[in-house]
Structures are given as structure tokens and as C-alpha cells.
Write a protein that binds this ligand. Structure first.
Ligand code: PMP
Length: 436
């Protein structure tokens, strides 16, 4: 790939990662009265370059926006060909479960296709409260409020709860939705080095006194490295400095802990120690939507007044509610799914290491296993995998440092060892050829 194309891609990914447009004021001389144009956006040129990179005859298969024609299991079907996939979140293997599908059909028959309004004013269906009660039971929190997305739940809650008088400390690898919530709130925002609890403690010590409220924002299982938050330390620090602790359990709810209840179960910490959890229905629970979990008083406040969670936003659809409700019930009734998932995650890591690949993740069975690769060969690698029937996506510079590019593999309870063998043999051969 040409240096320009790679630089263009880097810049695109950098902007996408930060999600923050450059809104520095334009000097008066440079301003014009012309209407805004799409071509002014640097990304417009980058899209053109991406198109040229993946043009017919380039020899590279484009791994983005590949439409599948069947269900996701441990594999999927694209244009009549079967692939193994490491790019789909189907952690507990429930996305094609016949009982989940039946629940969805029933809900559509009974309630129709949409919620019809914001929940508070006409959009409430009976299943909404049932799902919230089921999630509260599953996660062990007093109360839960469910909205249309994990992203919007995160942005809305953080943006609503804090303002310019407050302080937010977030892990440098915090998901964009939490970071955007922090930006929206107007609070002073400090990113601390990844999982560095000493730095968090120090930064709070230095800054806490100047602000009204303080919020520590972390992920339960980090989606980039597959490692876990040091929850016992985070709780100790939040208590020491009088801060709130908010944990994004998008990747740990349903997957981490002996029965998948999340990081509190894993670390043996009472859920009352955590002020707020944000979760998604899109990873373990075969649906689409997001939720906030915490103490009743706080959740009731957010349930009624947090803009973008339920207020000013239409209720989650009957089909999505029913899918999640059935999936959470199955996750509770069939804890062997979590055992299988954690076994698979550990097995994938072990098999990668046996083949000399650099697999990073913790040993808790987190279903995210990054395989470290050369940044320069990431596009060729994705293309080669596609040619050989494997869907997997790379994370490259500047989303991660240049020497930390990785193929980020999401593991499912539906994968089996023969899929791993095929994938990892291919990768090992590629790495060996690269080194030669
Ligand atoms: N938080 C994290 C850590 C995530 O990975 C994601 C989704 N990739 C979200 C929040 C957003 O969840 P949703 O897909 O439900 O909007």
C-alpha cells in the first residue's frame, strides 16, 4: 500500500476514534459565505482513497460492510460462501436460538413492530419492565433502565449526571461513547493511563478538591486488550476520594464471572459498591439496545429525566425487547454457555501461543483475544483471511500505537477447536512468510 493511502487511513481512523471534530474557530480571513460542502471534510477525500485502495484489480479484498445472507453462529455466509467469523458479537451463541426467535415472533404478533413513542408517553409495552426486572435479577443491581442503545445510554448518562463544575477521570482506552458523554457534560476531563490505578489515585488526589462531583469511568472488560478493570482497587480509590464509579460492562456482562454476571461476580465484590453500570443488549443478549443498572434512586432519576435514554427517544422495539428478555432468561437458565465461552477464549489464546503467535488477553476467559500483527501488513492480512474463509478485522495505528496493531478476535460459545485450528494455522503461516 502507498504511504499516502496508509496515512489517509491512519487519519481517518484517528478521527473516528476520537469522534471529536476539529472545531477550532476558522480565522476571519478564511471564512466565506459559501454554503457548507461535503467535500470540505477531510474524510470525503479519505473515502475516495479507500475506494481506490480496494478498487477492482487491486488484489485486496475489502473487509468492510460485507453483507451476510444467513445467521451468525461461529460462522456466517457471505455471497454463497461460508466463513468462520471473529468479528461478530455472539458471545453466548444466542443470536440464532430458536427460543429467542419464537419470543420475537410472539412479541411482533402481540405488540406490532414498534414501541410507537417515548416510553413515558405512550411507548411503554409490558415487556419493557419485564426485561428490566430480569436484567436487575441477572446483574444483581437494584434497578435497571433500558433504552435503544448502549452508546446512547453511555453518552446520555455521563452527559446528564455531570457538568462544568465536575471532574471525570476515564481510562485512556474508554469506549468512545463514555468519552463523548464526558465531552458533552462539559466537566473537566482527564484520561489516565490504561488500568493504572496508581495514576488514577494520584490524579484524583491532585484534582478532586477543585470540583463538586467526581466520576471514575472505566470498562469492565476492555474491548481493545481483552483485560479486566482492577475492580477492587477502583472501588477503594472511589471511596477514598468521594467519587462515583461507573463501569461499562458491554463486554463483561454475560461473559465474565462464574455465571456471566460480570466483573462484580468475578472479583467477589458486592454490586452496591458500583454506582452505575452501562450495558448493551447487542453482545451477549442477541438483540440491540442498552441499559443502565444501579441503585434504585439513581436509576429512577435517569429513567425519568436523562435525555437520550428514555426521554426524547422512542422506546426499544417489541422485537428487540423480546429477544433480549428471552436471551437473558436463557443466560440464567443455561450457565454452561458461559463456561463454554470462557473455555473457548482460553483455548483460542493457548492455541495461538502454541503456534508462536502473540496473543494478548487476560486469563479470565474474556472473549476478546487480540493477536498482535505488523501494522503495515494489516490490510493484506485481512484480505488473505477473507480469501481463505475467515472474517476478522484489524485495529491499526492511530487507534493503537504503530507497534500495537492487532487482529481483534471476538470469541463465541459457538466456535469450535477445528475453526480455531484452521484460522490460527493460516495466521501462523502468514507470520512465518512475513518474517522470512
Ligand atoms: N461500550 C462499549 C465498550 C462497546 O464496545 C460498545 C459497542 N461496541 C458500546 C458501549 C455501545 O453499545 P451499543 O452497540 O449497544 O450501542
Amino acid at each position: 500500500m502507498s504511504t499516502t493511502s496508509k496515512a489517509a487511513l491512519d487519519a481517518l481512523l484517528g478521527k473516528v476514534r476520537s469522534g471529536i471534530a476539529n472545531n477550532a474557530p476558522v480565522p476571519p480571513a478564511a471564512q466565506s459565505m459559501l454554503p457548507p460542502s461535503v467535500t470540505d471534510y477531510p474524510e470525503h477525500a479519505l473515502l475516495e482513497r479507500l475506494r481506490s485502495l480496494y478498487r477492482e484489480g487491486s488484489g485486496l479484498r475489502n473487509p468492510y460492510f460485507l453483507p451476510r445472507s444467513g445467521e451468525v453462529t461461529g460462522g456466517l455466509r457471505i455471497a454463497g460462501r461460508d466463513y468462520v467469523t471473529y468479528s461478530n458479537y455472539n458471545y453466548l451463541g444466542l443470536s440464532h436460538d430458536v427460543r429467542v426467535k419464537h419470543a420475537v415472533h410472539d412479541a411482533i404478533d402481540r405488540y406490532g413492530c414498534h414501541a410507537g413513542a417515548a416510553r413515558m408517553v405512550g411507548g411503554e409495552i409490558e415487556l419493557h419492565a419485564q426485561l428490566e426486572a430480569e436484567l436487575a435479577e441477572f446483574t444483581g443491581f437494584e434497578a435497571v433502565s433500558v433504552g435503544v442503545g448502549g452508546y446512547s445510554a453511555n453518552v446520555s448518562a455521563v452527559g446528564y449526571l455531570l457538568d462544568r463544575r465536575d471532574l471525570i477521570l476515564h481510562d485512556e482506552y474508554m469506549h468512545n461513547s463514555g468519552v463523548m458523554g464526558a465531552v458533552m457534560s462539559g466537566a473537566r476531563r482527564i484520561a489516565f493511563p490504561h488500568n493504572d490505578m496508581d495514576a488514577l489515585d494520584r490524579l484524583l488526589g491532585e484534582n478532586r478538591g477543585q470540583y463538586r462531583r467526581a466520576l471514575i469511568l472505566v470498562e469492565g472488560a476492555y474491548s481493545m486488550d481483552g483485560d479486566l478493570i482492577d475492580l477492587p482497587r477502583a472501588v477503594e480509590i472511589k471511596n477514598k476520594h468521594g467519587a462515583w464509579l461507573m463501569v461499562d460492562e458491554a463486554h463483561s456482562c454475560g461473559t465474565v464471572g462464574a455465571t456471566g454476571r460480570g466483573v462484580c461476580e468475578h472479583f467477589g465484590i458486592d454490586t452496591s459498591e458500583i454506582d452505575l453500570v452501562v450495558g448493551t443488549l447487542s453482545k451477549s443478549f442477541a438483540s440491540c439496545g442498552g441499559f443502565l443498572a444501579g441503585k434504585r434512586e439513581l436509576i429512577e432519576l435517569l429513567h425519568h429525566f436523562c435525555p437520550g435514554l428514555l426521554l426524547y427517544s422512542t422506546g426499544i422495539s417489541p422485537a428487540n425487547t423480546a429477544a433480549a428478555l428471552a436471551a437473558v432468561r436463557l443466560a440464567r437458565a443455561e450457565p454452561e454457555r458461559v463456561v463454554r465461552l470462557q473455555h473457548n477464549a482460553r483455548r483460542f489464546r493457548e492455541m495461538a501461543l502454541e503456534r508462536g503467535l502473540d496473543a494478548r488477553t487476560c486469563l479470565a476467559g474474556v472473549p476478546i483475544v487480540p493477536l498482535m500483527i505488523q501494522d503495515e501488513s494489516a490490510l493484506q492480512l485481512m484480505s488473505m483471511l477473507l480469501e481463505n474463509g475467515v472474517v476478522a478485522h484489524a485495529v491499526m495505528h492511530p487507534v493503537v500505537p504503530r507497534d500495537a496493531a492487532r487482529l481483534r478476535c471476538f470469541i463465541s460459545a459457538e466456535h469450535d477447536a477445528s475453526m480455531f485450528e484452521r484460522t490460527l494455522d493460516l495466521l501462523a503461516a502468514h507470520v512465518a512468510a512475513d518474517a522470512a
